[in-house]
Design a binder for this molecule. Structure first.
Ligand code: GLC
Length: 404
């Protein structure tokens, strides 16, 4: 597929999902499946727009802040319009959910700045970004940990990943409805705690998740650069980025990989998912650690080197369950339990390149483009057959434009 073909496909999908409400422009992840604006989806969209239409990308991020809470929270779902789809109570006040998602906003803002050099845009969004990052450090860090925690699996963006099975008492193979029921039960704890995460909600679910912390580091680095351009003091953001690096090394690194930790006892969750590669994105591992990860895991045909990469769960992990392409019941979707998604592909592609693993990075890129050529812009793909699954006209495959 040529870049021009990819661009036209991406433009068509973005157009199908674009919305305008109350003077704000944003993009749904997939109009037929997800009727709201979502936090990290909008960050990915903004990255894609940096190649297609940077002005739209800026508006997409402005819209995210339109419903920012007074305490700094940017919710993971913004309800711009009432919708009958997804009729669940996500625990928040009327206009948003009560959760957050991986904090990639500053990273996306910086990506748009790189193409537009529009420092006024940085100036405009900085107060909101600052409030959001202040919230994270104030309310998402437990004493003495230097790591950010999430209070619901959905805050990782990988809702039903096996990384959250132990914390929710779920068996390796279980029913999707059961999984959802437990995630939704957590919303009551949120409300009852008045949304005070590190003072109250953490007692019911607390995971220091690896990709969440990695994306926070990437955004804090961007915050530092943004502050420098607009003449603000970058030191607090640089300090936090270093603190998270240190926290990950001290608390999450074992046997050559980072593992998410669960609960107030901080038990390491040794579930073999793509998350072990995520720290490559911010240069966390040493060159030797990275080499061992690539040789022993990324290139291992029993775990990650499947016909289509990168499976979100290792094929030899007991929780690996990407389902057959014709699994039937749409609600029994495998989601984050094995299928290939474009966000991990994008993240690991950049991580590998950073360490000079060019061939391995190119394999991820080639595979991603093959998946799009074969199955279109889908939510996720089967790692053996490349069959597209989940939502149609999903925006994330646009991230392949940023694999360069
Ligand atoms: C699914 C994904 C989540 C995403 C949302 C909207 O719930 O797991 O990461 O933000 O869909 O696309």
């Amino acid at each position: 597929m040529t870049t021009e073909e990819l661009r036209s496909m991406a433009i068509a999908v973005m157009r199908k999902n674009q919305q305008e409400t109350d003077g704000f422009r944003y993009t749904l992840p997939s109009a037929s499946s997800y009727p709201y604006q979502w936090l990290w989806d909008s960050c990915f969209n903004a990255i894609t727009y940096s190649y297609l239409d940077p002005e739209y990308g800026k508006d997409e991020l402005r819209a995210l802040f339109a419903k920012q809470w007074p305490n700094g929270v940017v919710a993971h779902m913004l309800y711009w319009q009432a919708a009958n789809m997804m009729p669940f109570d996500w625990g928040g006040p009327e206009k948003t959910s009560s959760l957050i998602q991986p904090p990639l906003i500053a990273y996306a803002v910086w990506q748009l700045y790189k193409t537009t050099e529009d420092s006024e845009f940085l100036q405009e969004l900085y107060p909101n970004l600052k409030k959001f990052h202040e919230y994270l450090w104030r309310e998402r860090v437990l004493k003495g940990r230097n790591l950010l925690g999430i209070v619901n699996p959905d805050e990782s963006g990988e809702d039903n990943s096996p990384r959250f099975d132990i914390a929710q008492n779920l068996a390796h193979i279980h029913d999707v409805e059961e999984n959802q029921k437990r995630r939704f039960a957590l919303f009551d704890t949120h409300r009852n705690c008045d949304y005070r995460a590190n003072e109250c909600t953490y007692q019911f679910f607390w995971v220091e998740d690896v990709p969440f912390n990695v994306f926070a580091i990437a955004s804090l680095e961007a915050m530092g650069k943004i502050a420098e351009v607009i003449g603000e003091d970058p030191s607090e953001w640089q300090r936090q980025a270093t603190a998270l690096h240190d926290g990950m090394r001290k608390h999450l690194l074992e046997d050559g990989s980072c593992w998410s930790s669960s609960g107030a006892e901080h038990t390491l969750i040794k579930s073999d998912t793509w998350a072990r590669f995520a720290p490559l994105f911010v240069g966390f591992y040493t060159q030797d650690e990275a080499k061992a990860l690539v040789e022993d895991h990324l290139k291992n045909p029993d775990s990650y080197a499947l016909p289509y990469v990168l499976p979100t769960v290792a094929a030899n992990d007991p929780a690996y369950d990407p389902k057959e392409p014709d699994w039937g019941d749409a609600w029994q979707h495998p989601h984050w339990r094995g299928p290939v998604w474009m966000m991990p592909n994008w993240c690991v592609y950049h991580g590998l390149k950073r360490y000079g693993f060019i061939e391995e990075a190119e394999r991820i890129k080639t595979c991603s483009l093959e998946l799009i050529a074969k199955s279109g812009f889908r939510e996720y793909y089967h790692p053996d057959t490349g069959v597209g699954m989940g939502a149609l006209n999903f925006t994330w495959p646009g991230l392949t434009l940023d694999m360069n």
